[in-house]
Design a protein around this ligand. Structure first.
Ligand SMILES: CC(=O)N[C@H]1[C@@H](OP(=O)(O)OP(=O)(O)OC[C@H]2O[C@@H](n3ccc(=O)[nH]c3=O)[C@H](O)[C@@H]2O)O[C@H](CO)[C@@H](O)[C@@H]1O[C@H](C)C(=O)N[C@@H](C)C(=O)N[C@H](CCC(=O)O)C(=O)O
Ligand SMILES: Nc1ncnc2c1ncn2[C@@H]1O[C@H](COP(=O)(O)OP(=O)(O)OP(=O)(O)O)[C@@H](O)[C@H]1O
Length: 481
Protein backbone atom coordinates (compact mmCIF):
# COMPACT_ATOMS: atom_id res chain seq x y z
CA UNK A 1 0.00 0.00 0.00
CA UNK A 2 1.42 3.49 -0.86
CA UNK A 3 2.74 5.35 2.18
CA UNK A 4 1.76 8.96 2.94
CA UNK A 5 4.12 11.48 4.57
CA UNK A 6 2.84 10.76 8.06
CA UNK A 7 3.29 7.01 7.68
CA UNK A 8 6.79 7.38 6.25
CA UNK A 9 7.68 9.64 9.21
CA UNK A 10 6.29 7.11 11.68
CA UNK A 11 8.05 4.18 10.05
CA UNK A 12 11.39 5.99 9.87
CA UNK A 13 11.02 7.82 13.18
CA UNK A 14 12.34 11.07 11.66
CA UNK A 15 10.97 14.21 9.97
CA UNK A 16 9.98 13.71 6.36
CA UNK A 17 9.66 16.56 3.83
CA UNK A 18 6.25 17.09 2.17
CA UNK A 19 5.55 14.49 -0.49
CA UNK A 20 3.75 15.22 -3.78
CA UNK A 21 1.93 11.88 -3.41
CA UNK A 22 2.15 8.75 -1.26
CA UNK A 23 5.35 6.72 -1.80
CA UNK A 24 4.66 3.74 -4.07
CA UNK A 25 7.92 1.79 -3.83
CA UNK A 26 11.36 1.76 -2.24
CA UNK A 27 14.76 0.68 -3.51
CA UNK A 28 18.46 1.01 -2.64
CA UNK A 29 19.42 0.82 -6.32
CA UNK A 30 19.12 4.03 -8.34
CA UNK A 31 18.76 1.95 -11.50
CA UNK A 32 15.58 0.39 -10.12
CA UNK A 33 13.84 3.62 -9.01
CA UNK A 34 10.27 4.02 -10.24
CA UNK A 35 8.44 7.38 -10.49
CA UNK A 36 6.97 8.26 -7.10
CA UNK A 37 9.26 5.85 -5.30
CA UNK A 38 11.78 6.39 -2.50
CA UNK A 39 15.52 5.90 -3.03
CA UNK A 40 17.53 4.84 0.00
CA UNK A 41 21.12 6.00 -0.60
CA UNK A 42 23.25 3.36 1.12
CA UNK A 43 26.84 4.00 2.11
CA UNK A 44 28.20 0.76 0.72
CA UNK A 45 31.41 -1.21 0.99
CA UNK A 46 32.54 -0.11 -2.44
CA UNK A 47 30.46 2.93 -3.40
CA UNK A 48 28.36 5.69 -1.90
CA UNK A 49 24.65 5.64 -2.57
CA UNK A 50 24.76 9.46 -2.37
CA UNK A 51 26.56 9.51 -5.71
CA UNK A 52 23.50 7.96 -7.33
CA UNK A 53 20.96 10.50 -6.02
CA UNK A 54 20.95 12.50 -9.31
CA UNK A 55 20.15 9.33 -11.24
CA UNK A 56 17.42 8.42 -8.75
CA UNK A 57 15.85 11.89 -9.12
CA UNK A 58 16.06 11.66 -12.87
CA UNK A 59 14.12 8.42 -12.71
CA UNK A 60 11.39 10.10 -10.68
CA UNK A 61 12.28 9.44 -7.05
CA UNK A 62 9.91 11.45 -4.82
CA UNK A 63 11.98 11.01 -1.66
CA UNK A 64 15.61 10.39 -0.81
CA UNK A 65 16.36 8.54 2.42
CA UNK A 66 19.95 8.84 3.61
CA UNK A 67 22.23 9.29 6.58
CA UNK A 68 23.29 12.71 5.23
CA UNK A 69 21.10 15.41 3.61
CA UNK A 70 21.27 15.16 -0.16
CA UNK A 71 21.89 18.52 -1.90
CA UNK A 72 18.76 20.00 -3.40
CA UNK A 73 16.70 16.84 -2.97
CA UNK A 74 13.80 16.14 -0.57
CA UNK A 75 15.61 13.99 2.01
CA UNK A 76 14.58 12.13 5.14
CA UNK A 77 17.78 11.96 7.19
CA UNK A 78 17.91 8.67 9.10
CA UNK A 79 20.33 7.17 11.63
CA UNK A 80 20.81 4.00 9.57
CA UNK A 81 20.23 3.69 5.84
CA UNK A 82 19.83 -0.10 5.84
CA UNK A 83 17.43 -0.06 8.83
CA UNK A 84 15.35 2.55 6.97
CA UNK A 85 15.34 0.44 3.80
CA UNK A 86 14.01 -2.58 5.67
CA UNK A 87 11.41 -0.54 7.56
CA UNK A 88 9.98 1.01 4.39
CA UNK A 89 10.09 -2.28 2.48
CA UNK A 90 8.25 -4.08 5.27
CA UNK A 91 5.58 -1.39 5.56
CA UNK A 92 5.03 -1.26 1.80
CA UNK A 93 4.69 -5.04 1.66
CA UNK A 94 2.15 -4.96 4.52
CA UNK A 95 4.25 -6.91 7.05
CA UNK A 96 3.80 -10.21 5.20
CA UNK A 97 5.61 -12.32 7.80
CA UNK A 98 2.74 -11.60 10.20
CA UNK A 99 0.44 -13.61 7.92
CA UNK A 100 2.93 -16.45 7.47
CA UNK A 101 4.75 -18.99 9.61
CA UNK A 102 8.41 -18.22 8.94
CA UNK A 103 11.15 -20.70 9.86
CA UNK A 104 14.63 -19.14 10.01
CA UNK A 105 17.71 -21.28 9.47
CA UNK A 106 21.18 -19.98 10.20
CA UNK A 107 24.72 -21.34 10.72
CA UNK A 108 27.94 -21.49 8.70
CA UNK A 109 27.26 -24.82 7.00
CA UNK A 110 24.14 -26.81 6.34
CA UNK A 111 21.68 -23.94 6.07
CA UNK A 112 20.59 -24.72 2.53
CA UNK A 113 20.37 -28.47 3.09
CA UNK A 114 18.45 -28.05 6.35
CA UNK A 115 16.15 -25.56 4.61
CA UNK A 116 15.36 -28.04 1.83
CA UNK A 117 14.73 -30.79 4.37
CA UNK A 118 12.36 -28.62 6.38
CA UNK A 119 10.64 -27.45 3.19
CA UNK A 120 10.16 -31.09 2.15
CA UNK A 121 8.65 -31.92 5.55
CA UNK A 122 6.31 -28.90 5.45
CA UNK A 123 5.28 -29.68 1.85
CA UNK A 124 4.42 -33.24 2.82
CA UNK A 125 2.34 -32.02 5.73
CA UNK A 126 0.60 -28.95 4.31
CA UNK A 127 0.89 -29.46 0.54
CA UNK A 128 3.28 -27.95 -1.99
CA UNK A 129 1.08 -24.89 -2.62
CA UNK A 130 1.11 -23.96 1.05
CA UNK A 131 4.90 -23.83 1.35
CA UNK A 132 7.68 -21.53 0.26
CA UNK A 133 11.45 -21.50 0.43
CA UNK A 134 14.14 -18.82 0.12
CA UNK A 135 17.66 -20.23 -0.05
CA UNK A 136 21.01 -19.76 -1.74
CA UNK A 137 19.95 -22.18 -4.46
CA UNK A 138 16.34 -21.33 -5.22
CA UNK A 139 13.27 -19.36 -4.32
CA UNK A 140 10.24 -21.63 -4.29
CA UNK A 141 6.69 -20.29 -4.15
CA UNK A 142 4.26 -23.21 -4.08
CA UNK A 143 5.13 -25.17 -7.23
CA UNK A 144 7.12 -22.33 -8.87
CA UNK A 145 10.90 -22.54 -8.69
CA UNK A 146 13.33 -19.77 -9.62
CA UNK A 147 17.09 -19.40 -9.20
CA UNK A 148 18.16 -17.26 -6.26
CA UNK A 149 20.83 -14.58 -6.51
CA UNK A 150 21.97 -14.57 -2.94
CA UNK A 151 21.30 -16.48 0.29
CA UNK A 152 19.36 -13.69 1.92
CA UNK A 153 18.36 -10.98 -0.54
CA UNK A 154 18.05 -7.30 0.29
CA UNK A 155 15.16 -6.36 2.58
CA UNK A 156 13.17 -5.21 -0.46
CA UNK A 157 13.51 -8.66 -2.03
CA UNK A 158 12.86 -10.53 1.20
CA UNK A 159 9.68 -8.56 1.88
CA UNK A 160 8.51 -8.69 -1.75
CA UNK A 161 9.00 -12.46 -1.85
CA UNK A 162 7.20 -12.93 1.45
CA UNK A 163 4.33 -10.79 0.14
CA UNK A 164 4.27 -12.80 -3.08
CA UNK A 165 4.06 -16.00 -1.07
CA UNK A 166 1.31 -14.64 1.16
CA UNK A 167 -0.68 -13.52 -1.89
CA UNK A 168 -0.23 -16.94 -3.53
CA UNK A 169 -1.73 -18.69 -0.52
CA UNK A 170 1.52 -19.95 0.98
CA UNK A 171 1.41 -20.38 4.74
CA UNK A 172 4.78 -21.86 5.74
CA UNK A 173 8.05 -20.28 4.60
CA UNK A 174 11.57 -21.50 5.22
CA UNK A 175 13.93 -18.52 5.13
CA UNK A 176 17.64 -19.29 4.96
CA UNK A 177 19.12 -16.47 7.00
CA UNK A 178 22.77 -15.62 6.47
CA UNK A 179 24.87 -13.60 8.89
CA UNK A 180 25.22 -11.01 6.11
CA UNK A 181 21.43 -10.92 6.04
CA UNK A 182 21.23 -10.24 9.77
CA UNK A 183 24.19 -7.84 9.91
CA UNK A 184 23.05 -5.82 6.90
CA UNK A 185 19.43 -5.59 8.16
CA UNK A 186 18.03 -7.59 5.22
CA UNK A 187 15.66 -9.52 7.49
CA UNK A 188 14.63 -6.67 9.80
CA UNK A 189 10.84 -6.58 9.93
CA UNK A 190 10.52 -10.33 9.46
CA UNK A 191 8.72 -12.13 12.26
CA UNK A 192 10.15 -15.60 12.76
CA UNK A 193 7.99 -18.36 14.23
CA UNK A 194 10.87 -20.81 14.72
CA UNK A 195 14.65 -20.82 14.36
CA UNK A 196 17.39 -23.36 13.75
CA UNK A 197 21.16 -22.99 14.22
CA UNK A 198 23.32 -25.58 12.44
CA UNK A 199 26.90 -24.74 13.51
CA UNK A 200 29.55 -22.04 13.38
CA UNK A 201 32.97 -22.41 11.80
CA UNK A 202 35.46 -19.92 10.45
CA UNK A 203 33.97 -18.01 7.49
CA UNK A 204 32.94 -14.48 6.59
CA UNK A 205 35.52 -12.96 8.96
CA UNK A 206 36.03 -10.30 6.32
CA UNK A 207 32.61 -8.98 7.38
CA UNK A 208 32.58 -9.87 11.08
CA UNK A 209 36.22 -9.49 12.09
CA UNK A 210 36.01 -12.01 14.93
CA UNK A 211 34.25 -15.30 15.59
CA UNK A 212 32.64 -13.67 18.63
CA UNK A 213 31.02 -11.01 16.46
CA UNK A 214 30.01 -13.65 13.89
CA UNK A 215 28.37 -15.67 16.68
CA UNK A 216 26.61 -12.68 18.22
CA UNK A 217 25.21 -11.78 14.80
CA UNK A 218 23.72 -15.25 14.35
CA UNK A 219 22.47 -15.25 17.93
CA UNK A 220 20.18 -12.37 17.08
CA UNK A 221 17.95 -14.74 15.12
CA UNK A 222 17.33 -16.64 18.36
CA UNK A 223 16.77 -13.39 20.26
CA UNK A 224 14.05 -12.39 17.80
CA UNK A 225 12.23 -15.73 17.73
CA UNK A 226 9.52 -16.30 20.31
CA UNK A 227 8.66 -19.86 19.21
CA UNK A 228 10.74 -23.05 19.04
CA UNK A 229 14.52 -22.63 18.73
CA UNK A 230 16.91 -25.51 18.15
CA UNK A 231 20.69 -25.48 18.05
CA UNK A 232 23.29 -28.15 17.36
CA UNK A 233 24.89 -28.93 20.72
CA UNK A 234 27.66 -31.01 19.13
CA UNK A 235 28.99 -27.62 18.06
CA UNK A 236 30.55 -25.48 20.83
CA UNK A 237 28.85 -22.31 19.60
CA UNK A 238 25.50 -24.09 19.35
CA UNK A 239 25.93 -25.34 22.90
CA UNK A 240 26.69 -21.80 24.05
CA UNK A 241 23.57 -20.58 22.26
CA UNK A 242 21.33 -23.08 24.04
CA UNK A 243 22.90 -21.98 27.34
CA UNK A 244 22.38 -18.31 26.60
CA UNK A 245 18.94 -18.18 25.01
CA UNK A 246 16.12 -19.27 27.25
CA UNK A 247 13.69 -21.75 25.79
CA UNK A 248 16.08 -23.07 23.16
CA UNK A 249 16.69 -26.81 22.80
CA UNK A 250 19.66 -28.81 21.62
CA UNK A 251 19.96 -31.47 18.97
CA UNK A 252 22.90 -33.73 18.23
CA UNK A 253 24.63 -36.87 19.45
CA UNK A 254 25.48 -35.41 22.88
CA UNK A 255 23.81 -37.20 25.81
CA UNK A 256 22.05 -34.05 26.95
CA UNK A 257 20.58 -33.19 23.51
CA UNK A 258 16.79 -32.83 23.66
CA UNK A 259 16.66 -34.27 20.13
CA UNK A 260 19.30 -36.97 20.34
CA UNK A 261 20.81 -38.72 17.32
CA UNK A 262 22.08 -42.29 17.62
CA UNK A 263 22.58 -45.52 15.68
CA UNK A 264 23.58 -43.86 12.43
CA UNK A 265 24.26 -46.37 9.64
CA UNK A 266 24.52 -46.38 5.86
CA UNK A 267 22.15 -48.63 3.92
CA UNK A 268 22.92 -48.43 0.20
CA UNK A 269 22.47 -44.82 -0.81
CA UNK A 270 20.46 -44.00 2.32
CA UNK A 271 21.35 -43.25 5.91
CA UNK A 272 19.28 -44.57 8.80
CA UNK A 273 19.38 -43.18 12.32
CA UNK A 274 17.40 -42.95 15.53
CA UNK A 275 16.11 -39.67 16.89
CA UNK A 276 15.06 -39.55 20.54
CA UNK A 277 12.51 -36.80 20.95
CA UNK A 278 11.07 -35.11 24.03
CA UNK A 279 7.44 -35.64 22.98
CA UNK A 280 7.28 -38.65 20.64
CA UNK A 281 9.80 -41.17 21.95
CA UNK A 282 12.32 -42.71 19.59
CA UNK A 283 11.81 -42.28 15.82
CA UNK A 284 13.73 -44.18 13.15
CA UNK A 285 14.50 -41.91 10.21
CA UNK A 286 15.69 -43.08 6.80
CA UNK A 287 17.08 -40.34 4.57
CA UNK A 288 18.34 -40.35 0.97
CA UNK A 289 21.43 -38.37 2.04
CA UNK A 290 24.86 -39.52 3.14
CA UNK A 291 27.21 -38.20 5.81
CA UNK A 292 27.07 -37.37 9.52
CA UNK A 293 26.52 -33.75 8.70
CA UNK A 294 23.33 -34.56 6.80
CA UNK A 295 22.06 -36.55 9.77
CA UNK A 296 22.53 -33.35 11.76
CA UNK A 297 20.82 -31.29 9.05
CA UNK A 298 17.81 -33.62 9.09
CA UNK A 299 17.70 -33.91 12.88
CA UNK A 300 17.56 -30.14 13.30
CA UNK A 301 14.84 -29.70 10.69
CA UNK A 302 12.90 -32.65 12.14
CA UNK A 303 13.15 -31.21 15.65
CA UNK A 304 11.76 -27.87 14.51
CA UNK A 305 8.91 -29.59 12.66
CA UNK A 306 7.98 -31.66 15.74
CA UNK A 307 8.24 -28.64 18.04
CA UNK A 308 5.82 -26.86 15.69
CA UNK A 309 3.33 -29.70 16.07
CA UNK A 310 4.03 -31.92 13.07
CA UNK A 311 2.76 -35.50 13.47
CA UNK A 312 5.79 -37.84 13.67
CA UNK A 313 4.42 -40.21 10.98
CA UNK A 314 4.28 -37.34 8.48
CA UNK A 315 7.83 -36.40 9.32
CA UNK A 316 9.18 -39.94 8.96
CA UNK A 317 7.65 -40.43 5.50
CA UNK A 318 8.56 -36.91 4.34
CA UNK A 319 12.28 -37.31 4.99
CA UNK A 320 12.31 -40.79 3.45
CA UNK A 321 10.73 -39.49 0.24
CA UNK A 322 12.58 -36.18 -0.05
CA UNK A 323 14.31 -35.28 -3.32
CA UNK A 324 18.02 -34.64 -3.85
CA UNK A 325 19.17 -31.17 -2.77
CA UNK A 326 20.55 -29.23 -5.78
CA UNK A 327 24.35 -29.06 -5.69
CA UNK A 328 24.72 -30.83 -2.34
CA UNK A 329 26.38 -34.21 -2.89
CA UNK A 330 24.46 -34.22 -6.17
CA UNK A 331 25.29 -37.36 -8.14
CA UNK A 332 25.54 -36.80 -11.90
CA UNK A 333 23.50 -39.53 -13.61
CA UNK A 334 25.58 -39.49 -16.82
CA UNK A 335 28.60 -40.86 -14.90
CA UNK A 336 26.85 -44.02 -13.77
CA UNK A 337 27.11 -45.62 -17.27
CA UNK A 338 30.88 -45.26 -17.03
CA UNK A 339 30.97 -47.15 -13.76
CA UNK A 340 32.22 -44.26 -11.68
CA UNK A 341 30.53 -41.54 -9.65
CA UNK A 342 30.74 -37.80 -10.15
CA UNK A 343 29.47 -35.78 -7.24
CA UNK A 344 28.90 -32.03 -7.39
CA UNK A 345 29.01 -30.34 -4.02
CA UNK A 346 28.87 -26.79 -2.72
CA UNK A 347 31.69 -27.32 -0.18
CA UNK A 348 33.69 -24.10 -0.30
CA UNK A 349 35.48 -24.05 3.05
CA UNK A 350 38.17 -26.39 4.37
CA UNK A 351 35.64 -27.79 6.84
CA UNK A 352 33.02 -28.42 4.14
CA UNK A 353 35.60 -29.97 1.84
CA UNK A 354 36.79 -32.34 4.55
CA UNK A 355 33.26 -33.52 5.23
CA UNK A 356 32.35 -34.12 1.63
CA UNK A 357 35.61 -35.91 0.86
CA UNK A 358 35.18 -38.17 3.88
CA UNK A 359 31.75 -39.24 2.65
CA UNK A 360 33.02 -39.60 -0.91
CA UNK A 361 35.84 -41.82 0.37
CA UNK A 362 33.25 -44.18 1.85
CA UNK A 363 31.31 -44.21 -1.43
CA UNK A 364 34.54 -44.91 -3.33
CA UNK A 365 35.12 -48.00 -1.18
CA UNK A 366 38.30 -49.37 -2.82
CA UNK A 367 38.30 -46.91 -5.74
CA UNK A 368 40.30 -43.71 -6.11
CA UNK A 369 39.07 -40.33 -4.98
CA UNK A 370 39.69 -37.42 -7.36
CA UNK A 371 38.86 -33.88 -6.30
CA UNK A 372 38.44 -30.73 -8.39
CA UNK A 373 38.19 -27.61 -6.24
CA UNK A 374 39.21 -23.98 -5.83
CA UNK A 375 38.73 -21.05 -3.50
CA UNK A 376 36.64 -17.96 -4.16
CA UNK A 377 38.15 -14.52 -4.58
CA UNK A 378 37.12 -11.52 -2.50
CA UNK A 379 36.40 -13.79 0.46
CA UNK A 380 38.30 -14.81 3.59
CA UNK A 381 41.70 -15.74 2.09
CA UNK A 382 42.97 -17.61 5.17
CA UNK A 383 40.99 -20.68 4.19
CA UNK A 384 42.82 -21.13 0.86
CA UNK A 385 45.93 -23.07 2.03
CA UNK A 386 43.74 -25.00 4.47
CA UNK A 387 41.58 -26.18 1.58
CA UNK A 388 44.76 -27.21 -0.26
CA UNK A 389 45.88 -29.27 2.73
CA UNK A 390 42.50 -30.97 3.16
CA UNK A 391 42.24 -31.97 -0.51
CA UNK A 392 45.77 -33.40 -0.54
CA UNK A 393 45.18 -35.30 2.68
CA UNK A 394 41.90 -36.90 1.70
CA UNK A 395 41.93 -37.28 -2.10
CA UNK A 396 44.24 -39.50 -4.12
CA UNK A 397 44.45 -36.88 -6.81
CA UNK A 398 43.54 -33.21 -6.49
CA UNK A 399 43.13 -30.55 -9.16
CA UNK A 400 43.09 -26.92 -8.05
CA UNK A 401 40.99 -24.78 -10.37
CA UNK A 402 39.16 -21.46 -10.46
CA UNK A 403 36.04 -20.93 -8.36
CA UNK A 404 34.39 -17.50 -8.40
CA UNK A 405 37.50 -15.32 -8.59
CA UNK A 406 35.55 -12.04 -8.70
CA UNK A 407 38.13 -9.24 -9.17
CA UNK A 408 41.08 -11.35 -7.95
CA UNK A 409 43.68 -13.00 -10.16
CA UNK A 410 42.77 -16.71 -10.46
CA UNK A 411 46.45 -17.69 -10.65
CA UNK A 412 47.18 -15.86 -7.39
CA UNK A 413 44.27 -17.60 -5.62
CA UNK A 414 45.37 -20.99 -6.97
CA UNK A 415 48.93 -20.32 -5.76
CA UNK A 416 47.62 -19.62 -2.27
CA UNK A 417 45.59 -22.84 -2.30
CA UNK A 418 48.52 -24.80 -3.71
CA UNK A 419 50.80 -23.44 -0.95
CA UNK A 420 48.92 -25.63 1.54
CA UNK A 421 48.69 -28.66 -0.75
CA UNK A 422 51.02 -31.60 -1.30
CA UNK A 423 52.59 -31.13 -4.75
CA UNK A 424 52.90 -34.92 -5.05
CA UNK A 425 49.15 -35.38 -5.59
CA UNK A 426 48.07 -31.90 -6.67
CA UNK A 427 48.09 -30.08 -9.98
CA UNK A 428 46.69 -26.71 -11.01
CA UNK A 429 44.41 -26.38 -14.05
CA UNK A 430 42.99 -22.87 -13.96
CA UNK A 431 40.24 -23.30 -16.54
CA UNK A 432 37.38 -24.98 -14.66
CA UNK A 433 36.03 -26.92 -17.62
CA UNK A 434 39.54 -28.20 -18.47
CA UNK A 435 40.08 -29.16 -14.82
CA UNK A 436 36.85 -31.15 -14.75
CA UNK A 437 37.79 -32.79 -18.07
CA UNK A 438 41.19 -33.77 -16.63
CA UNK A 439 39.50 -35.35 -13.61
CA UNK A 440 37.04 -37.27 -15.78
CA UNK A 441 39.87 -38.51 -17.99
CA UNK A 442 41.59 -39.89 -14.89
CA UNK A 443 38.49 -41.62 -13.51
CA UNK A 444 38.22 -45.44 -13.79
CA UNK A 445 35.29 -47.70 -12.80
CA UNK A 446 34.83 -47.61 -9.04
CA UNK A 447 36.37 -44.16 -8.65
CA UNK A 448 34.61 -41.08 -7.27
CA UNK A 449 35.19 -37.60 -8.68
CA UNK A 450 34.15 -34.73 -6.44
CA UNK A 451 33.66 -31.35 -8.11
CA UNK A 452 33.50 -28.96 -5.18
CA UNK A 453 32.78 -25.30 -4.62
CA UNK A 454 29.95 -24.17 -6.88
CA UNK A 455 27.17 -26.68 -6.24
CA UNK A 456 23.92 -25.40 -7.75
CA UNK A 457 25.40 -22.17 -9.12
CA UNK A 458 24.95 -21.33 -12.79
CA UNK A 459 27.35 -18.42 -13.22
CA UNK A 460 31.10 -18.10 -12.70
CA UNK A 461 32.28 -14.65 -11.61
CA UNK A 462 35.64 -13.92 -13.21
CA UNK A 463 37.73 -10.72 -13.34
CA UNK A 464 36.91 -10.60 -17.05
CA UNK A 465 33.16 -10.77 -16.38
CA UNK A 466 30.49 -13.31 -15.56
CA UNK A 467 30.19 -16.48 -17.64
CA UNK A 468 27.50 -19.18 -17.53
CA UNK A 469 28.85 -22.23 -15.69
CA UNK A 470 26.98 -25.07 -14.01
CA UNK A 471 29.12 -27.96 -12.80
CA UNK A 472 26.45 -30.65 -13.29
CA UNK A 473 25.84 -29.47 -16.87
CA UNK A 474 29.55 -29.27 -17.69
CA UNK A 475 30.21 -32.75 -16.29
CA UNK A 476 27.28 -34.12 -18.30
CA UNK A 477 28.44 -32.41 -21.50
CA UNK A 478 31.99 -33.68 -21.08
CA UNK A 479 30.82 -37.23 -20.39
CA UNK A 480 28.55 -37.20 -23.42
CA UNK A 481 31.16 -35.67 -25.74
C1 LIG B 1 29.49 -7.59 1.15
C2 LIG B 1 28.05 -7.38 0.83
O1 LIG B 1 27.20 -8.07 1.33
N1 LIG B 1 27.79 -6.41 -0.03
C3 LIG B 1 26.44 -6.01 -0.29
C4 LIG B 1 26.38 -4.52 -0.16
O2 LIG B 1 27.25 -4.02 -1.13
P1 LIG B 1 27.87 -2.62 -0.95
O3 LIG B 1 27.46 -2.00 0.32
O4 LIG B 1 29.32 -2.77 -1.18
O5 LIG B 1 27.19 -1.86 -2.15
P2 LIG B 1 27.94 -0.89 -3.11
O6 LIG B 1 28.24 -1.63 -4.35
O7 LIG B 1 29.03 -0.22 -2.37
O8 LIG B 1 26.82 0.17 -3.46
C5 LIG B 1 26.29 1.04 -2.46
C6 LIG B 1 24.88 1.32 -2.81
O9 LIG B 1 24.82 2.01 -4.06
C7 LIG B 1 23.81 1.48 -4.85
N2 LIG B 1 24.05 1.70 -6.27
C8 LIG B 1 25.13 1.17 -6.90
C9 LIG B 1 25.31 1.38 -8.26
C10 LIG B 1 24.38 2.17 -8.97
O10 LIG B 1 24.49 2.42 -10.18
N3 LIG B 1 23.32 2.67 -8.30
C11 LIG B 1 23.13 2.46 -6.97
O11 LIG B 1 22.16 2.93 -6.41
C12 LIG B 1 23.80 0.00 -4.49
O12 LIG B 1 22.55 -0.60 -4.79
C13 LIG B 1 24.05 0.05 -2.98
O13 LIG B 1 22.85 0.17 -2.28
O14 LIG B 1 25.09 -4.04 -0.39
C14 LIG B 1 24.63 -4.33 -1.71
C15 LIG B 1 23.27 -3.72 -1.86
O15 LIG B 1 22.69 -3.47 -0.65
C16 LIG B 1 24.59 -5.86 -1.89
O16 LIG B 1 24.15 -6.17 -3.18
C17 LIG B 1 25.99 -6.42 -1.68
O17 LIG B 1 25.97 -7.84 -1.73
C18 LIG B 1 26.96 -8.38 -2.60
C19 LIG B 1 26.41 -8.51 -4.01
C20 LIG B 1 27.39 -9.77 -2.13
O18 LIG B 1 28.05 -10.49 -2.82
N4 LIG B 1 27.08 -10.17 -0.93
C21 LIG B 1 27.48 -11.48 -0.41
C22 LIG B 1 28.85 -11.46 0.24
C23 LIG B 1 26.45 -11.90 0.60
O19 LIG B 1 25.62 -11.11 1.02
N5 LIG B 1 26.47 -13.17 1.01
C24 LIG B 1 25.59 -13.62 2.03
C25 LIG B 1 26.14 -14.83 2.74
C26 LIG B 1 26.17 -16.13 1.95
C27 LIG B 1 26.69 -17.27 2.83
O20 LIG B 1 26.10 -17.59 3.85
O21 LIG B 1 27.73 -17.84 2.47
C28 LIG B 1 24.19 -13.85 1.44
O22 LIG B 1 23.23 -13.76 2.21
O23 LIG B 1 24.08 -14.12 0.26
N1 LIG C 1 25.71 -29.55 8.98
C1 LIG C 1 26.81 -29.37 8.28
N2 LIG C 1 27.98 -29.21 8.91
C2 LIG C 1 29.10 -29.00 8.22
N3 LIG C 1 29.17 -28.97 6.89
C3 LIG C 1 28.05 -29.12 6.20
C4 LIG C 1 26.81 -29.32 6.86
N4 LIG C 1 25.87 -29.44 5.93
C5 LIG C 1 26.47 -29.29 4.75
N5 LIG C 1 27.79 -29.12 4.90
C6 LIG C 1 28.81 -28.91 3.86
O1 LIG C 1 28.67 -27.56 3.42
C7 LIG C 1 28.30 -27.51 2.03
C8 LIG C 1 27.21 -26.48 1.84
O2 LIG C 1 26.04 -27.01 2.41
P1 LIG C 1 24.76 -26.09 2.49
O3 LIG C 1 24.58 -25.43 1.19
O4 LIG C 1 23.65 -26.87 3.04
O5 LIG C 1 25.28 -25.04 3.56
P2 LIG C 1 25.00 -23.50 3.63
O6 LIG C 1 25.11 -23.14 5.05
O7 LIG C 1 23.72 -23.21 2.99
O8 LIG C 1 26.14 -22.84 2.79
P3 LIG C 1 26.10 -21.28 2.26
O9 LIG C 1 25.87 -20.41 3.43
O10 LIG C 1 27.45 -21.08 1.74
O11 LIG C 1 25.01 -21.18 1.29
C9 LIG C 1 27.84 -28.92 1.69
O12 LIG C 1 28.03 -29.15 0.37
C10 LIG C 1 28.66 -29.76 2.63
O13 LIG C 1 29.93 -29.95 2.08
Amino acid sequence: MPLDQQTVARVLGVDVPPLPAPIVAVTHDSRAVVPGGAFVAINGFTSRGADFVPQALEKGAALIVAEEPADGAPTAVVPSDRVALAALATELAGHPSHDLTVYGITGTNGKTTSSYVLHAILSAAYGEQATGLMTTAEIIVGSEHEAAIRTTGEATQVQANLARMRDAGVQHVVLETSSHGIHLHRVDGTRYAAALFTNLTRDHLDLHGTMEDYYLTKRRLFEWTAGPKLANVDDDWGRRLVGEIEGSLGFGTADDAAYRISGERTEGTSTVFELDTPGHGRLTLTIPLLGDYNVHNVAGAAGIALEMGMPPETLVSAVREMAQVPGRFERVPAAVDRGFEVVVDYAHTDVGLRLVLEVAREVAAGGRLICVYGAAGARDAAKRPKMGAVASELADSAIVTTDDAYHEDPQQIADEVFAGADPANTQVVLDRRAAIAAALAEARPGDVVVVAGKGHERVQHLPTGDVPFHDVTVVTELLQA
